[in-house]
Design a protein around this ligand. Structure first.
Ligand code: PGA
Length: 248
């Protein structure tokens, strides 16, 4: 059975002090048995304060992005090696804002995933179609191609997580219907079965992301192939993030 996660993508929000205070407060509010299902992705600058605030807690922390080399003349970048030395175990890869604003390609995403696996960090691989692709009935073709390119020659025995995030639903308030989410997740699960095996595919968590809110998370989260959420806007407020965590 795939593990169910509540992942918070804070994007370029929350400075180190705000991150510290949020995590301290969050730890008091989330039901104990759910703590180890919570994954937080603060900005790189805020990771140290996140670690400081998260002592003796099973909340997991991760970075939003890394470069595919360990070190060198790559001004402005961060490495998987450094993340692992900081004791972190997760990292987002291929978020739609990285793909569309920063021009990240499927090939670069594949390199980053391999680099993360090399350092035993679990990649949370984001993929999803743009509105035009959905309207022209190409959703499944687009996401299976993104998946195949992302996973090219990776070690499937090492853990990874997928996040299906339709680009038209990110930050727009327009959430996918539970049926649309389930159809895309099932398609990804079937592709994973084809690429690896049913046993491997069943263990991989596939999160849904895109305008997840307390009032729409239950129906989506109850779908059999949805194993959690990647939450942007609603994870920035304690109230809405905790409501999502406790409602399903
Ligand atoms: P959103 O962002 O919940 O604000 O739509 C989700 C994401 O970008 O991961």
């Amino acid at each position: 059975m795939a593990k169910f996660y509540y992942a918070a993508n804070w994007k370029l929000n929350k400075n180190p002090q705000e991150t510290y205070q949020f995590i301290k407060a969050l730890k008091e509010l989330i039901p104990g048995e759910k703590t180890e299902q919570v994954l937080l992705f603060p900005t790189a600058f805020s990771l140290c304060s996140a670690i400081e605030a998260n002592t003796v807690s099973p909340i997991e922390l991760g970075a939003q992005n890394i470069y595919w080399e360990d070190s060198g003349a790559f001004t402005g970048e961060n490495s998987a090696k450094m993340l692992s030395e900081m004791g972190l175990s997760f990292c987002l890869v291929g978020h739609s804002e990285r793909r569309h604003i920063f021009g990240e390609t499927d090939q670069q995403i594949n390199l980053k995933i391999k680099q993360l696996q090399k350092h035993r960090i679990c990649p949370v691989i984001c993929l999803g179609e743009v509105l035009e692709e959905r309207k022209s009935g190409r959703t499944e073709e687009v996401i299976t191609e993104q998946l195949e390119l992302a996973l090219k020659t990776i070690d499937y025995k090492k853990e990874f997580i997928l996040a299906y995030e339709p680009v038209w639903a990110i930050g727009t308030g327009e959430v996918a219907s539970p049926e649309q989410a389930e159809a895309a997740h099932l398609c990804l699960r079937e592709k994973l079965t084809q690429l690896f095996s049913q046993e491997v595919a069943e263990k991989i968590s596939i999160l849904y992301g895109g305008s997840v809110k307390p009032d729409n998370c239950i129906e989506i989260g109850q779908k059999p192939n949805v194993n959690g959420f990647l939450i942007g806007g609603a994870s920035l407020q304690l109230d809405s993030f905790c409501k999502i965590i406790s409602s399903i």
